[in-house]
Design a protein around this ligand. Sequence first.
Ligand SMILES: Nc1nc2c(ncn2[C@@H]2O[C@H](COP(=O)(O)OP(=O)(O)OP(=O)(O)O)[C@@H](O)[C@H]2O)c(=O)[nH]1
Ligand SMILES: [Mg+2]
Length: 145
Amino acid sequence: MLGGLSNKLRDAMDRLTGKGSIDKAAIDDLTRDIQRALLSADVDVQLVLELTEKIKKRSSGEMPPGLTRKEHIVKVVYEELTEIMGKTKSQVELKPKKVLLAGLYGSGKTSTAAKLARFYQKKGLKPFLICCDTVRPAAYERDNR
Ligand SMILES: Nc1nc2c(ncn2[C@@H]2O[C@H](COP(=O)(O)OP(=O)(O)OP(=O)(O)O)[C@@H](O)[C@H]2O)c(=O)[nH]1
Ligand SMILES: [Mg+2]
């Protein structure tokens, strides 16, 4: 579900690093691009505003010695994003559990179920995806592509 987000964030950073000089407008462009990317991935509005405000403030503020302004901004964005997304990789235990995938129509629940199945398959398990939707017309055909 977050597949498109990393591309959008990369595009935002590419736009910044492609610029000749970094002025206030360049930082405004960057934070606007990051806001658009995060909001289109359904990240909480308040969180997005707080995050981009911090990025904006730190980007135009004091720089550690030895870094160019662009390098400094890339570092700031990286640090702020890892701060909200978590610094460590979480481990998934291979034991029986229930996972609920909740989301709006077409937000990627079924695709995520398939990705989870693939994940467990690679770990040596034999997952089955079973279509139990008897209400939606052609549900089986639709998700059995
Ligand atoms: N770019 C992109 N497309 C995705 C991603 N996940 C799902 N899609 C696409 O989004 C569309 C809907 O995905 P589904 O997995 O069917 O969504 P769903 O939540 O099960 O939809 P409903 O069952 O109708 O509520 C499909 O065309 C998927 O290929 C993703 O991470 N990135
Ligand atoms: Mg579905």
